[in-house]
Ligand binder design. Structure first.
Ligand SMILES: Nc1ncnc2c1ncn2[C@@H]1O[C@H](COP(=O)(O)OP(=O)(O)OP(=O)(O)O)[C@@H](O)[C@H]1O
Length: 398
């Protein structure tokens, strides 16, 4: 009996130590696998970075419109899934996005220059757009515009809130930061104009009571401007915040079923910079920061009367923008800029020698999938526009 017990004990100890060894081996294997997976992940990240750099170099050469996509967070009233449990939007990596089209039960993938999931902060969006501030001071025409259906996050991206501002304030802050950095070699002047296009009329948001009717003038050299528009010199961020604050009080917004504070106009912040290398050339830059009014399905937004007129004008000018993009993609001999005030104002930013960034704002909700697909299809086409290599505007002082 005793012998038997000893034998069993010895066997148990044996099994125990074998088990311990096996577990140790398993742990070692798991650690090795984790190391390999970390190394692979690192490699993948580096490859993606290289790919992005290479892609950006190609874009710079061809002057393509760059396209970022930002998906806003879901809100408590929305569903993020199709009835069969498929998520409406999914994120493959930081340049690929998939949309599940419930109607045809298939997922469509798109590739862009950057895809921002709902957790992305305002700072992260700014970090990707930041090089365009330097380009402006270097004398380029730059245009950043937010596009997307109503309630998709355009105003959040461009204006943001006082505590967490969007691109308008951050880009201007960056311009002043670079101005201070370049102070010893350059004289830099910065001015700002803020307009909105409401029902096909241009309004000067820094002088809303101005008597003059404003219109876009396209100059023989292809540049464009709005004669009579107030341009306010700004020398620091406080000046800018004051201008933006004044302008936002004058902007046309109203409540719709899709957005409590819906912008009913296209808002355009235009910043001009004059950067003179002491005793030498002057670089003249311009950046348009545009919050487009949202494309709108009037059955969903529930607007009537004046709201319906606004929506029709908004949709008309966005479709004119679509026609311009289509014509640029197709390299047609005539581009229909004159079909709306918006496309006229953007003429030297969408067809000229400029650098253009389109930020497509997208809702993650199943209810909005048709609009999300339509915005992403439009953005894919826009990404194929070749503007040609961007050129600096240099005025020689010699
Ligand atoms: N990335 C985000 N993070 C947090 N909240 C967001 C984000 N994007 C949008 N929102 C919120 O969603 C709501 C709608 O956004 P916003 O007003 O920016 O949409 P919009 O596209 O400008 O709409 P419209 O075209 O009707 O003016 C707002 O309450 C906004 O604060």
């Amino acid at each position: 009996m005793r012998e038997q017990q000893q034998h069993i004990r010895a066997e148990v100890t044996d099994i125990g130590s074998t088990f311990k060894q096996e577990i140790q081996k398993l742990f070692q294997t798991m650690e090795k696998m984790a190391d390999r997976s970390r190394a692979l992940e690192q490699k993948y990240k580096m490859a993606m970075e290289d790919r992005k750099k290479l892609h950006n170099m190609v874009l710079d050469l061809k002057g393509n419109i760059r396209v970022f996509v930002r998906v806003r967070p879901i809100n408590s009233k929305e569903k993020p899934h199709e009835p069969e449990g498929e998520p409406t939007i999914n994120f493959k990596d930081d340049i690929n996005i998939g949309v599940y089209d419930g109607q045809h039960s298939r997922r469509k993938f798109f590739e862009f220059d950057q895809v921002f999931p709902p957790t992305t902060s305002q700072i992260q969006v700014f970090e990707e757009a930041k090089p365009l501030a330097t380009s402006t001071l270097d004398g380029y025409n730059v245009c950043i515009f937010a596009y997307g259906q109503t309630g998709s996050g355009k105003t959040h991206t461009m204006t943001g809130t006082g505590e967490d501002p969007g691109l308008n304030t951050r880009v201007l802050r960056e311009l002043f930061r670079i101005r201070d950095e370049r102070r010893n070699e350059y004289d830099i002047q910065i001015s700002i104009a803020i307009t909105e296009i409401y029902n096909e009329a241009i309004r000067d948001l820094l002088n809303p009571d101005g008597k003059d009717k404003l219109d876009v003038r396209i100059n023989p050299d292809g540049t464009c401007g709005v004669p009579g528009l107030t341009e306010t010199p700004v020398s620091n961020v406080d000046d800018v915040l004051k201008c933006i604050g004044d302008a936002s009080k004058n902007r046309a917004t109203s409540t719709t079923d899709m957005n409590e504070q819906s912008s009913r106009s296209h808002s355009i912040v235009t910043v001009r910079t004059k950067c003179t290398l002491k005793g030498s050339d002057t670089y003249i830059g311009k950046i348009h920061l545009i919050d487009l009014a949202g494309s709108e399905n009037t059955n969903k937004s529930g607007v009537t009367g004046q709201g319906m007129k606004e929506a029709q004008n908004i949709n008309k000018s966005l479709s004119a923008l679509g026609d311009v993009i289509q014509s640029l993609v197709g390299k047609s001999s005539h581009t229909p800029y004159r079909n709306s005030k918006l496309t006229m104002m953007l003429k030297d930013s969408l067809g000229g020698d400029s650098k253009t960034l389109m930020i497509v704002c997208v809702s993650p909700a199943q209810f909005n999938v048709t609009e999300s697909l339509s915005a992403l299809n439009f953005a894919s086409r826009a990404r194929n526009v070749e503007l040609g290599k961007a050129k600096r505007n240099v005025a020689s002082n010699n």
